[in-house]
Design a protein around this ligand. Sequence first.
Ligand SMILES: [Fe+2]
Ligand SMILES: [Fe+2]
Length: 163
Amino acid sequence: MRRHSGLIPLSHEHHDVLVVAQGLIRGRSPAPRSDWPPRREDQVARVVAFFDQVLQPHFGFEESVLFPLAERKMHRSAELVESLVREHDEVRSRLGTLRSDPKHDLDLRLPALGRLLAAHVRREERDLFEGLQRELDEAALDAIGVQLRARPASGPSCQPRHP
Ligand SMILES: [Fe+2]
Ligand SMILES: [Fe+2]
């Protein structure tokens, strides 16, 4: 299903999450021009900065606007929303641990975080966004876009891509 314009900024951020997740899983980026750092220690700094600039506000918007909307308007969304919130908490907790211990077992911890992030955004795209597009009317989907544009800009991914 083609993504509704009201949800496109979030889908763009999901794409950025997937790129970071691939770097965490593989360790190196397959793209020769990528600026993904090859050293695991530097990847910690990269993912912490990405979390602060992009993920934290992204999660915040989902939790304050999108999830409550889904719970009000989407059939049988309670379980889905509950597990998505649990995954947000799991990501936050892993980021907290990376800040306090940015050195040990990175070859295990970073790929595990990457897999969690990738699975999370894929599930949101497939189950949450598809469901919202099926069950919400045009005005409600447009309203999401309006609220997204009202977010304070907090990172490169929060800027409009096609002004
Ligand atoms: Fe999410
Ligand atoms: Fe998301």
